[in-house]
Design a protein around this ligand. Structure first.
Ligand code: ADP
Ligand code: MG
Length: 252
């Protein structure tokens, strides 16, 4: 069995229009891969298709396996239960629900099939959550905030990071995590991701148009997506090269 999130010749279409034209990569446990590419190259399509979003059709001949198991036919919830996490997969605007209650529900759903992982009391879960918040340097008062109370960009990311820590996924896909964030918020997100990556031997796929977050999260592999295909893969040095010369100078 191949441990990892393995994409083989992934082809995806939206409304009959093919967007991804055969993407292949293997993200192993504990590795961090970055997917970079110009606007419209298919980065978000890749993230949504992996999450199992119903608008995206995965074409025949494509293969996606998670630790050896084919996940293409699985629902988004089933994928989550297998340990795949997408930052934007969960709605954040739920009126009248606090951060901690939202996270408790998410936890219960994630570990529904593992009775020995359930907490016996609400208080026991809250203590678990407090410990996580402390580890990630997130203020405890944030846990009592309401989900509909107008989160700033940085606070939304903070919630995503908490979700990530609570759900203990094996593989995580972060799409455009650094867009619209100030440098302190980016650093905070990056640090939290690094902590979790180590703690859970998490495989991380960072999808980004910018290189900013990659100054704080060192990728093992960088893939450049152009027109729905990986045009080039390399080490972290590729990030600087792209920053200097842009996407257009890449050789075919
Ligand atoms: P990126 O995230 O790299 O900027 P996207 O995956 O969002 O790129 O988009 C890739 C291509 O797919 C673009 O040409 C975009 O116009 C098209 N596209 C994205 N979403 C839809 C949609 N819902 N319907 C039709 N075309 C779409
Ligand atoms: Mg995008």
């Amino acid at each position: 069995m191949t441990k990892g999130l393995q994409l083989t010749n992934l082809q995806v279409s939206i409304d009959e229009k093919q967007i991804l034209n055969g993407v292949s990569l293997t993200l192993k446990p504990g590795e961090l891969h970055a997917i970079m590419g110009p606007n419209g190259s298919g980065k978000s399509t890749l993230a949504y298709a992996l999450a199992g979003h119903p608008s995206y059709t995965i074409l025949s001949g494509s293969k996606v396996t998670l630790d050896g198991e084919d996940i293409i036919e699985l629902s988004p919830d089933e994928r989550a239960q297998k340990g795949l996490f997408l930052a934007f997969q969960y709605p954040v605007e739920v009126p009248g629900v606090s951060v901690q209650n939202f996270l408790r529900q998410a936890y219960q759903a994630r570990f529904a099939s593992e009775p020995n992982r359930q907490f016996k009391t609400v208080l026991a879960f809250r203590n678990h959550l407090k410990a996580i918040a402390q580890e990630l340097k997130i203020d405890e008062t944030f846990l009592r905030r309401g989900l509909n109370e107008g989160f700033s960009g940085g606070e939304k990311k903070q919630l995503e990071i908490l979700q990530l820590a609570v759900l203990e996924p094996k593989y995580v896909i972060l799409d455009e995590t650094d867009s619209g964030l100030d440098i302190d918020a980016i650093k905070k997100v990056a640090k939290a991701v690094a902590v979790l990556q180590k703690k859970f031997s998490l495989g991380v796929l960072v999808i980004t148009h910018y290189q900013r977050i990659l100054q704080y999260l060192k990728p093992d592999v960088v893939h450049v997506l152009v027109a729905g295909k990986i045009k080039q893969s390399g080490g972290p040095e590729l990030v600087e090269k792209l920053e200097k010369s842009g996407y257009t100078t890449l050789k075919d």
